[in-house]
Design a protein around this ligand. Structure first.
Ligand code: AMP
Ligand code: MG
Length: 330
């Protein structure tokens, strides 16, 4: 079975063909880049997605050496995400499913990050840290559901890094640039608020305080270093507590922020203390992409045989991962 997956929750419009053995036959993407210092405006990002959708689709089919007639099912990212962006992917997928008469499977985007992560890392039952532009969540699978063991109470860690970078005039996404600047620091830690409440974290005060340190003319590298140390230590503390509570022997980081070596280093130390193996999603597939959607749609369709009628193929901007019934995991 071959699935075409369509991703369009935020900055990325992606199409990918994946087969039921988990082989990624193609992965085409085009990422909306807002002007330096600006964030993603949903209207502008959705316009970008409309403009690139046909060329990205063509690239995904061509590089998989296939055509729509040979595709068995279509999966689309139905939420959570930015409404105007989600609508573009849903409309493209609906049109293809209607015209070519293919089953259409809505996929939860966060579930896509987690499921593709387990496929690519080989993790079987990990505690998951999902850290991206849209999510900061600690998850563990139990009784047909990825349950949330902790999450952010306000902005996500990706937004924290992007909003901090944008305030300095960097182009979004800013995480990689902040990581590079932090590496240049001599290791001078500047005090910042550290907020863990129960097993949840809060980043909004940290953003304000880090920007204040910049306005007080501290070395930018030291502020980036201190920002990373504080935000990642908060995530590592909550993750380690969940690791201890669940007794999982594997842990996995997924989402765009999984590319950060310092975060992986902190989690590695926490995993060592608990005898757990750390899996890091390969950077190429850590951020948003169509393969996440294809692979999750294939598993859902094989396990349940369910698809949606085209007229019922809606989007859900605030679709929570812990409300999804996962039928294919033991
Ligand atoms: P996603 O929403 O999964 O596509 O992830 C995008 C987020 O990952 C953005 O907030 C980026 O700033 C962040 N990101 C990408 N590379 C890095 C990095 N090396 N360190 C920290 N954050 C990163
Ligand atoms: Mg994402």
């Amino acid at each position: 079975m071959r699935c075409l997956g369509v991703e369009s929750t935020a900055h990325t419009f992606g199409c990918s063909v994946v087969d039921s053995s988990g082989k990624i036959l193609s992965d085409a993407r085009d990422i909306f880049r807002p002007p330096e210092g600006s964030g993603i405006h949903p209207r502008d990002a959705s316009r970008h997605h409309i403009e690139v959708s046909s060329s990205v689709l063509k690239e995904a089919l061509d590089s998989a050496k296939t055509s729509m007639s040979k595709i068995d099912i279509i999966g689309y990212s139905a939420g959570p995400g930015l409404g105007p962006c989600l609508r573009v992917g849903a409309v493209v997928s609906r049109a293809l499913a209607g015209f070519y008469n293919k089953p259409l499977v809505p996929v939860n985007h966060a579930l896509g990050h987690v499921e593709l992560g387990t496929l690519l890392t080989g993790a079987s039952d990990p505690l998951v840290l999902l850290v991206s532009g849209g999510h900061s969540m600690i998850l563990a699978y139990s009784n047909n559901c990825w349950r949330v063991f902790g999450e952010t109470l306000d902005t996500t860690v990706g937004q924290l890094l992007d909003q901090f970078g944008r305030a300095l005039g960097f182009a979004s996404p800013c995480g990689a640039r902040i990581e590079a600047l932090a590496k240049k620091s001599s290791g001078r830690y500047l005090q910042l608020p550290y907020t863990v409440k129960g097993n949840d974290v809060s980043f909004s005060g940290l953003l304000t305080a880090a920007l204040r340190l910049v306005s007080e003319k501290n070395e930018l590298a030291d502020v980036c270093y201190s920002l990373q140390e504080t935000a990642f230590a908060m995530l590592a503390e909550a993750t380690e507590r969940a690791l201890s509570f669940t007794g999982k022997t594997e842990m996995m980081i997924v989402g765009g922020v999984a590319a950060n070596r310092r975060l992986a280093g902190m989690l590695e130390v926490a995993c060592d203390r608990h005898g757990a193996k750390l899996h890091v999603c390969p950077i190429k597939f850590a951020g948003d992409n169509g393969a996440q959607i294809s692979w999750t749609a294939i598993q859902e369709y094989q396990a349940t045989g369910k698809s949606v009628k085209i007229e019922k193929s809606t989007i859900r901007q605030s679709w929570r991962l812990d409300s999804v019934d996962v039928k294919w995991r033991p």
